[in-house]
Design a protein around this ligand. Sequence first.
Ligand code: MD3
Ligand code: FE
Length: 213
Amino acid sequence: MIRDLFEGDERDVHLAPGAMLLGGFARRFEGPLLTALQRVLELAPLRQMVTPGGHRMSVAMTNCGTAGWVTDRTGYRYERHDPQSGHPWPPMPAVFADLAVQAAARAGFDGFAPDACLVNRYEPGARLSLHQDKNERDLEAPIVSVSLGLPAVFLFGGLRRPDTPHRVPLAHGDVVVWGGPARLRYHGVLPLEEGYHPFMTGHRINLTFRKAA
Ligand code: MD3
Ligand code: FE
């Protein structure tokens, strides 16, 4: 596979108008990123939230930053406090913000100022069905996503739910910037396959940086 020939290198791949894959971009932040992530998870533990339809999500989530994405029986929204603890979400670590801002700039979005970082943890079998991200107030700002640990197959659809999605493999250290005409495209993640990754044994973590408020 072409991908294997480039393993370890950084590649910028234009996926669609407004969507750019920065292959391996997060690797240079790896150590400090993991340390900062562990601290966030201590302050705001991962939890499986419930959708408005009453389903428990297979992906476990938490947040850092001044706003955090939550779902419960009353709907999807951003909240300034962790509903589980009543405390504000942990502050966004500097290394998180640096990574997101640098990736956005590299993809052509200067001045990205994320105030929310959603942390998603996938165990084998966990998946995310096709959806749009539209709870953010400012849809002009891009979303920056960072994949860590086990690889996943990302589904990249169109602006209408029935549009057949493309399958994009995402590996450890890959960063994708979604903005402009790609910002409201449907997307999801296929069920995670079992595996071992030295950085995150047995699971995948995805960070998504957003301007929510
Ligand atoms: C394309 N997370 O948290 S990140 C999500 O891997 C989410 O955990 C996935 O979708 C994950 O909402 C995918 C990639 C992503 C994020 C936002 C997008 C792709 C996007 C917004 C518009 C188009
Ligand atoms: Fe999403």
